[in-house]
Design a protein. Sequence first.
Lengths: 300, 306
Amino acid sequence: MKFKTITNAVIMAAFFFFTSQTVAKDLKEVLPLDKEISNWVLADSIGYFKGDQLYNYIDGGAEIYMEYGFSRVYSAPYIDGSDRQIQVELYEMADHAAAYGTYTFYLNGPGEKIHAGQEAVFIDYYGAVWKGNYVLMISTPGSDTSLKKDISLFAKNISDKINSTGDKPQLVSTIENGGLNTGYIKYFEGRIGLSNIYKIIPGNAFSFEKAVSFENQGNKTIIFQHESSLSSSDALKESLEKIKQSNKEADFTVNENSFSYIDYKNNIIICDSYKNYLIVVIGKNNEFIENTLKKVKAVL
Amino acid sequence: MSNNRRDFIKKSFIAGTGLSLLSQSNFAGSFFKIATPDISVVNGTDMFSATIRAIEQFGGINKAIPKGAKTGILINAPGHWTKPGSYTHTDVVLATLKMLNDAGINDITFLLDVSSDFYKRSSLSPQYEYLTKTIKKSSGNYKEVQIPKGVALKKANVIEDLFNLDAFINIPINKHHSGVNYTGCLKNMMGACNRDTNMKFHKPGKNDGEDGEFLSQCIADLNLVRKPDLCIMDASEVLRTNGPFGPGEIAKINKVFVGSDPVMMDTYGCTLLDNRPEDILMLEMARAHGLGRTDLKDFVIKESSL
């Protein structure tokens, strides 16, 4: 019996080992071969990092990926006949929400749409693609904006080979379909994601698992999703206490379901608990802020 | 007594009284302080020239590094930092090497090897190849050092070259960092540690405390190992968001600044990215260790433009 158990364990271990190698090999095969795209060839060996190894690749840059949920990455440098360089990074994230969120992390402007993956954009000197559980980052070492066409070709070539699709997080779809003029929407799942959007003091003022942010009428809007209206209301109270502790010189206006204050950057910040959401609107003009808040509530 | 002599005595008396009062006044004190600033800042897009001017304005290389000193340099440009705004500008490094060479400092080691294409990032590199080719690479050997005064970090594996130097120059880039909101001189010291140590900073086994507290404390503790003799900060075009790796929004600050107090440098530097020093936890933690000053209002800053 014992021998049979050990044998089964060995067989299972071997099965998982070889399966994982096959999956790893499959993902690597989506990367372009030499001259598959114009004159671009691999400039060096392909890097592969999974789990905690991501810290070996990008040190502290790994934290945001870990926050979203990271599985593994392939990193491949390419060079063409004119010595121009393109870096390809193909990230497999924990799920499609994590992948979509990571994709939006790269968005620093509306950019120009690329026809690749489920969603893709070219911004300044890099392209970002989202498809299912995967995020593709294609960049140039310098801020070389002349490689847009080549970046688009890489984006299409690689994403066409990836067999994965997924839905955007529900909260994102709700906002997108709500008719607000939002530009690009960021989706995030923790403190690090929030800190890249707006520095609210203290950085852990808001406890949450899912959130989105976007711009509207010059205001920055952040929506934290909670399980219920009760937990949203509790989150509001907790945030108020934390923010008050760190902003002792600020004047706070507190109502039953909301509070507001002016922060160290002289922005008005309004926090409002509505249904199972905590809505934060940041801006300079109170009237515009209230207007944004009203529109967002109508959508949620 | 002739009128001329009387006149001379009168004018001498007035001048002497004036000088006496001047020497005791704040103005005189300020004059001498500006001549030796805490931080020297130069604005401009020519990073090579800005670095030269910033070092000269600070008092010259020999103010901090004696002639003939065996010198180590820590640059934030390892192989994986390739996105714009994430790594130290090559021209800042080239200018520093030139200043060192001109000042009779020629035994130089990189404590962390730069990316293999680092010099390709500057058109000036060919003309300074006579300097770059003499730089010694990092030994790659790390030794465990104890940090008895460390609060979160009690030991670290640090590049052993750091302990075989007469002088040490820190050349970071002034940029955003997702974990602790800012990275400059203090955080650049992580470049002198091996992967195992750095991973401990990012993964304490429990949650990171509030707002990157654990990471910030580790950084402050690490800086107890060795303080730089000179800091030269690249604040040219830097990541404003999505640091340290990028890609992200680029802030075109177009400054280089120089000082010998890493805490002062970071206190000033973080404000260039719209931070308040009191919100960058590692600054107060480092100050508490006696590593430098955070009283920004009292800094003597000499600033000029190309």
